[in-house]
Write a protein that binds this ligand. Structure first.
Ligand SMILES: [Zn+2]
Length: 168
């Protein structure tokens, strides 16, 4: 991660410019941060999900009612979808990485995913599929799995036949 989030290219959470903003829809400077119950419809993992986010903090134009979807808003919707689907949260993934003593880079290599993908899950900008959530759970739950998924040194015969019991 970058040491200084203010220098990231994407606008980081909590560093948004001050309200009111100028509305891109009606042109009035009437966009203020509002809290509302939002019915989200999100396509994820090949399916459409409908769920309610009870207290969404979202910039809304007081003049025309237009909602402004920022990264911060998306993150709240993603968090609500994760909870709706019962997937591992970023906090749980972080805690598991710490417990098994792997860096994000090491874990990503063993899991066979891009480090950037893992980073997006941890930053709440993307949600893992059910299949990858299951892989994460198995990976973090069983030392044998972490041992078997060895990144570049992985046995090419893994899964081809029943594994012989390792003595180690
Ligand atoms: Zn407006």
């Amino acid at each position: 991660m970058h040491a200084d989030p203010a220098h990231k290219s994407k606008r980081p959470f909590g560093a948004e410019r001050r309200f009111p903003w100028r509305c891109r829809h009606c042109g009035k400077s009437q966009v203020v941060l509002s809290t509302l119950s939002y019915d989200a419809e999100v396509r994820h993992d090949g399916r459409d999900y409908t769920f309610t986010v009870p207290k969404l903090n979202i910039p809304v134009c007081r003049a025309c009612g237009k909602k402004v979807f920022t990264e911060k808003v998306d993150a709240q919707i993603n968090a609500a979808l994760r909870s709706h689907l019962g997937l591992l949260t970023p906090q749980e993934i972080r805690a598991a990485l710490e417990r098994v003593n792997l860096t994000q880079k090491e874990a990503a290599e063993r899991l066979g995913i891009a480090e950037a993908t893992l980073s997006r899950w941890l930053n709440e900008t993307q949600i893992q599929s059910r299949a990858l959530d299951n892989l994460l759970r198995v990976f973090f739950a069983f030392p044998q799995v972490r041992k078997a998924l060895g990144g570049q040194e992985q046995d090419r015969q893994l899964g081809v036949a029943d594994s012989q019991r390792t003595t180690a």
